[in-house]
Design a protein around this ligand. Structure first.
Ligand code: GLC
Length: 568
């Protein structure tokens, strides 16, 4: 293999620091390098036996995450919520939902995490509230034109009697983005905007009262000691003035681009305001954008120097198992984020999409985010999907910047495809009449111990979604210490990533046979055979995604020491 003429793009640590004491040359700014593990609280660990995971459950299992070798944990929402969208429908941003525990439980969890050297990022959901939030309840009780309604996006309907929605915007979860209310006198009334479920009314972020409220909510959690926020729907919030019709048919299959409802410029002043707040605090607090918007150089606006620190790299996540596409999205990512001085991030799975062990598998071409079920054509063979998923992960973890892992991927969990319809809870399933399976298949509670009730998820064996029986062999205790297990592959990769400084490195592409992709990062060569004939990779092996004896088979990644790899 030889160095190809490719630009080596650097990820360097900036000299400025909000907390110099926390950072040394040996410990660069974590916001540029961290491996961040996403905990989905309802499916992580249940301490009470209710079948729903909770915060004491997380606390009790944090050692496993320290043992895995991650730097930080992002918690999906645990706030008080009717759980119509699994907690992304918040009715009180300053409290914990009783099903998850109490604020005291949260503080104890945070203390334990910090004691283990793990940072904690919490999810903040500013685009909308729950319809049970006191503000929305007050808006329903108040009259059209009232200050209570002004916090949301209430509008009169179109048509002779206001019987048509105010515009043609669709809900991300299916159906229209508008719901009509009944006024206090019983008459059919105004409509309110909800880009997601009807239980999630959008706030009007042109209102100073809304902005001030979230300033205060941020401070509430920063004061408690959280290390940052993952900001939900960070490409929403600002809507085009006048809420004009969309002039295209935005199907869920097309990548989201700037439009009247997404990616409006007005959103950036909110992020600058939030950045000023996080900068007031010591300890390098982080802001992470969920800005699901294309293309990458547009998304990079969210991580300009005075806005957020990171943005999820969804274009990377949505790239298929193709050397050419993978190489180009990586070059594009490093260039786009590098141009604004931000680190690139890398991610393959989260709570909104089909798990990558299933999604990337051979012959699979699922519409992103729609979920899969037993009737989905071309469901992959599970073990071959896991093999490719492992190769994809090991390829990702060698890249410079920050990486996200979604709970359970370190166990190689596939998507749970055969959930019974009555068990499915994602509003997408109901709002599309079952046409889209939704996201439950990637949210099934974790298997911890092969021989415990609910595989150790809950003491009673309860589980809010049923766990596939064959997850017994995938339980953490069945994999820990077993050479060649997916868990041990992740542990090795995270250890070597740190030991070799890969997060702060830069990459150059290597020449490899067609159907393969390889780069060098510092002293480490990362070589993936996607679908080439097996070929030799010499050198000292640091990690491999499948048994490797010097010849690299398809769907396999290996990390070797550069000197040896380059020789000959
Ligand atoms: C984000 C979340 C998703 C949620 C939606 C509405 O995309 O990741 O789970 O349903 O926002 O809050």
């Amino acid at each position: 293999m030889t160095d190809a003429a490719a630009p080596a793009t650097s990820q360097t640590t900036p000299a400025t620091a909000s907390s110099p004491a926390a950072r040394t040359p040996e410990a660069p700014d974590w916001r540029r390098t961290a491996v961040i593990y996403q905990v989905y609280p309802r499916s992580f660990a249940d301490s009470t036996g209710s079948g729903v995971g909770d915060i004491p459950g997380i606390t009790a299992r944090l050692d496993a995450l320290a043992d895995l070798g991650v730097d930080a944990v992002w918690l999906s929402p645990f706030y008080r919520s009717p759980q119509k969208d699994a907690g992304y429908d918040v009715s009180d941003f300053r409290d914990i939902d009783p099903s998850f525990g109490t604020l005291a439980d949260f503080d104890a969890m945070l203390d334990k995490a910090h004691g283990l050297g793990l940072r904690i990022i919490v999810d903040m959901v500013p685009n909308h509230t729950s319809d049970q939030h006191p503000w929305f309840q007050a808006a329903l009780a108040a009259a059209p034109g009232s200050p209570e309604r002004a916090r949301y996006l209430f509008r009169d309907g179109r048509g002779e009697h206001g019987e048509l929605p105010p515009n043609n915007w669709p809900s991300v979860f299916g159906g229209p983005a508008w719901t009509r209310v009944t006024e206090a006198d019983g008459s059919p009334g105004q409509w309110y905007l909800h880009l997601f479920d009807s239980s999630q009314p959008d706030l009007d972020w042109t209102q100073e009262e809304v902005r001030a409220e979230f300033d205060d909510v941020l401070r509430f959690w920063l004061d408690r000691g959280v290390d940052g926020f993952r900001v939900d729907v960070a490409h929403g919030l600002a809507k085009a003035p006048g809420l004009p019709d969309l002039d295209h048919d935005p199907t869920a299959d097309a990548p989201t681009v700037q439009s009247a409802c997404w990616g409006q410029d007005g959103v950036h002043e909110v992020w600058r305001r939030w950045r000023r707040i996080t900068d007031e605090y010591d300890g390098d607090r982080a802001l992470v954008a969920e800005a699901w918007i294309y293309p990458l150089d547009f998304m990079a606006r969210w991580v300009r120097p005075d806005e957020m620190h990171q943005a999820f790299n969804f274009p990377y996540m949505e790239t298929g198992w193709s050397p050419a596409q993978m190489r180009s999205v990586i070059d594009e990512s490093l260039a786009a984020f590098g141009a604004v001085g931000a680190p690139s991030t890398w991610v393959l799975s989260n709570h909104d999409i089909v798990r990558h062990t299933t999604r990337l598998a051979q012959g699979v071409d699922y519409p992103q985010g729609h979920g899969v079920g037993p009737e989905t054509p071309g469901l992959p063979d599970v073990e071959s999907g896991i093999r490719r998923g492992r190769a994809a992960t090991l390829f990702m973890l060698g890249l410079p910047g920050s990486a996200y892992l979604y709970q359970g991927e370190e166990l190689g969990l596939p998507e749970a495809v055969d959930l019974p319809p009555e068990a499915r809870q994602d509003p997408t399933f109901a709002r599309t009449g079952g046409a889209r399976y939704g996201r439950d298949g990637c949210r099934v509670p974790l298997p911890w111990e092969a021989d415990s009730p609910a595989f150790g998820f809950s003491p009673t064996g309860e589980s809010w979604l049923p766990q596939p029986a064959d997850w017994r062999t995938r339980a953490r205790d069945a994999q820990r210490g077993r050479p060649g297990s997916t868990l041990e592959m992740y542990r090795t990769a995270l250890r070597e990533r740190r030991a070799n400084g890969l997060a702060t490195g830069s990459i150059a592409w290597l020449e490899v046979p067609e159907g393969a992709l390889a780069y060098v990062n510092g002293d480490v060569a990362v070589v993936t055979n996607m679908f080439a004939a097996p070929f030799a990779v010499p050198g000292e092996v640091l990690a491999s995604s499948a048994p490797f004896g010097g010849t690299l088979a398809p769907d396999t990644t290996v990390w070797v020491r550069r000197d040896d790899a380059m020789a000959g």
